[in-house]
Design a protein. Sequence first.
Length: 235
Amino acid sequence: MPDLSAHPGEPHYITRSGWLRAAVLGANDGIVSVSSLIVGVAAADPNPGSVFIAGIAGLSAGAMSMAAGEYVSVSSQSDTERADIAREAKALREFPEAELAELTAIYQEKGLSEKTALLVANELTDHDALGAHVRDELGLSEIHAANPLQAAFASGVTFSVAAAIPLIAALAAPAGSIIPVVLVVTVITLAALGSLGAKAGGAPVLRATARVVVWGVFAMAITAGAGWLFGVSVL
Ligand SMILES: [Zn+2]
């Protein structure tokens, strides 16, 4: 299909929103949850072996639950969309006049005169009645069509790749300095992720980066505190 965009140099980013959201969510969750886990365990017991085991367990459990959660939530969204479309198709079969009036009213609300709205509604109904109602009444479009497997895969993979970063940092850290090394690596990675996500989505970079970093550091601080408290009370 020819690119009909009036500004091909500045494309819209909304088409990326589905998998981008899953990917950024997965990566952010991967870094924050596994680095917090590592910092928490290291605060309680700085033995590299237990830190590594905790990191691996956190990575695999997190990736699976992230993918499963995304699959279930996106599947239920597409179930709802499919049920709505079936309801709409039934209404179009049983009450074509009422549906035409409804579509006309929708176009009037968008600013068309009654005469033009009726003309447009008639032409679009002749062309593809269900398509017109799904798009203009239900607000569903191909762009937003939920794809559970794609979303599950995107979030599971990005979770794992992102979670591997603090894990490798913990492995590479000199004994006794796991926490500061993981903290620094995590903050840098979160900042990179925040700006990448903002750029990919065409959103303001600074605000997105600050948001991701502040919440990440906050999560690590809470978990480190809990780990430290636990460590003190146990050891
Ligand atoms: Zn309708």
